[in-house]
Ligand binder design. Structure first.
Ligand code: ZN
Length: 357
C-alpha cells in the first residue's frame, strides 16, 4: 500500500522476533547488534506492561538508547493499560449515548433525569473494574520507574540456573554480557561495573522517568485523549442540530449546549477526578492483595464514581429546572471549566499564552 501511494518503506525491528531466541550464538550476535539497530532507528516504540521493567532485555534496550545519546522524548511509550482504559471509556460513553437515543426515540416518557442517571450508573458499574485495573497499572509504572534497578530485573538464564530445562545443557549468562556491555559504554565516566549500573539506574529513575510520565500516567492523562473518548456526546449535539426546525429553537439550543458541555467539560473532568479518587484511595488503603478486600475497594470506587457522575451530569438540568434565570447554569459551566484547567494542568498553558503576548 505504501509503495502504491509513493511513500517510503516502513521498516520495523521487533526485538522478540528479530533476535534468535533458540540458537545461543545467533542470539548473542543479535544482542550485540541491538545498539546498531537502534542507531539506525528514528523511533523506539515501547508497549509497556507491568512486566516490562522487570525484564533484563527491555532494560538493555533503554540502556542502548541512552548510550546512543538519543533523546528519551522521541521514545513512543505506550502503556497497554492506557490503551485499554481509553477503549473502555470510549465504549462506556458510546453505550451511554446509545441508551439515551433508545430512550428518546423508543420510550420518550422514560426520558427523564432519574432514568438517564440509572443508565449512567449501569455503564459506570460495567466498566469501573476495568478502568480501576488500568489506573492501578499506571500507578505501578510510576513506582517501577522510581525504584528501578537493573540488578532486580529477571532473565531466562538466571531464572533457570543457567541450565536448559529440556536437556540440562549449560546456557551462557545473558546478564554477564549485558553488564559487561554497559560497563564498556560508560568506561570513561565510571570506574567499576557497579558504578556503571548505578549510573544507568539513576538515568531511568530521573530524566527517563520524567519524560515518560509526562505522557503516560493516570494522573497526567491528557485532556486531548479524554476529549477524544468523550466525543460521542458531541456527535449527539451534531445529531440534534440536524433536527433543526423540528423542535422549538430554545429547546434545541439548550440540548446542543448541554451535550457539548458534557463532551468538552463535564465528562473529561469527571474521568480525571475518578482517576484521582482511585489512585489516592489505593495509596491510602495499599492496593489490596486479598481478593475480597480488592472487590470491596473496587465497590468503593464504583460508589464514588456513581455519586460523582450523578452530581456532575445532572447539576445543569436541576439548576435549569429550579432557577428562573440561566445565570446559575452558566456559572456551573464556568466552575467546571476552572476545575478542568486545574485538573489538566491548564493554568501552565494559560500562563504560557499570556507570556507570549
Ligand atoms: Zn544468567
Amino acid at each position: 500500500m505504501r509503495a502504491a501511494l509513493g511513500l517510503q518503506k516502513c521498516m520495523l525491528f521487533v526485538d522478540k522476533f528479530c533476535v534468535d531466541q533458540a540458537d545461543s550464538k545467533r542470539k548473542e550476535a543479535g544482542i550485540l547488534g541491538l545498539a546498531g539497530f537502534l542507531e539506525c532507528s528514528e523511533k523506539l516504540v515501547v508497549c509497556w506492561s507491568p512486566k516490562y521493567f522487570t525484564r533484563l532485555w527491555c532494560a538493555y534496550e533503554i540502556a542502548s538508547w541512552f548510550f546512543l545519546q538519543k533523546p528519551a522524548s522521541v521514545i513512543i511509550f505506550r502503556p497497554l493499560a492506557q490503551e485499554v482504559m481509553t477503549l473502555l471509556i470510549l465504549l462506556s460513553v458510546s453505550l451511554f449515548c446509545m441508551s439515551l437515543d433508545i430512550l428518546r426515540i423508543g420510550f420518550p416518557h422514560l426520558h427523564t433525569l432519574s432514568i438517564r442517571s440509572c443508565f449512567g450508573i449501569a455503564v459506570v458499574i460495567l466498566f469501573q473494574r476495568g478502568v480501576t485495573q488500568a489506573i492501578r497499572s499506571l500507578v505501578l509504572l510510576e513506582e517501577q520507574l522510581a525504584n528501578f534497578s537493573i540488578k532486580q530485573t529477571k532473565c531466562y538464564c538466571c531464572t533457570h540456573d543457567h541450565k536448559n530445562p529440556d536437556n540440562g545443557e549449560v546456557i551462557p549468562c545473558d546478564r554477564k554480557l549485558v553488564y559487561a556491555t554497559l560497563r564498556e559504554w560508560q568506561e570513561p565516566m565510571c570506574q567499576s561495573q557497579d558504578e556503571a549500573l548505578s549510573f544507568f539506574d539513576n538515568y531511568v529513575q530521573t530524566s527517563f522517568a520524567t519524560s515518560v510520565l509526562d505522557r503516560a500516567s493516570a494522573l497526567r492523562y491528557p485532556y486531548t485523549q479524554l476529549l477524544f473518548v468523550t466525543q460521542p456526546m458531541s456527535w449527539r449535539a451534531a445529531d440534534l442540530l440536524a433536527a433543526y426546525g423540528s423542535m422549538p429553537l430554545g429547546d434545541l439550543a439548550w440540548w446542543v449546549a448541554s451535550y457539548l458541555g458534557l463532551g468538552f467539560l463535564i465528562l473529561p473532568g469527571f474521568y480525571k477526578l475518578l482517576f484521582h479518587v482511585v489512585a489516592h484511595a489505593d495509596r491510602l488503603s495499599g492496593i489490596p492483595s486479598n481478593v475480597f478486600k480488592d472487590w470491596l475497594v473496587s465497590i468503593g470506587h464504583m460508589i464514588c464514581g456513581i455519586v460523582l457522575l450523578i452530581l456532575m451530569t445532572s447539576a445543569p438540568d436541576v439548576l435549569a429546572q429550579k432557577c428562573a434565570t440561566s445565570t446559575p447554569v452558566i456559572a456551573y459551566y464556568i466552575g467546571i471549566a476552572i476545575l478542568d484547567l486545574s485538573l489538566f494542568d491548564g493554568w501552565r498553558a494559560v500562563g504560557c499564552l499570556y507570556r507570549k503576548r
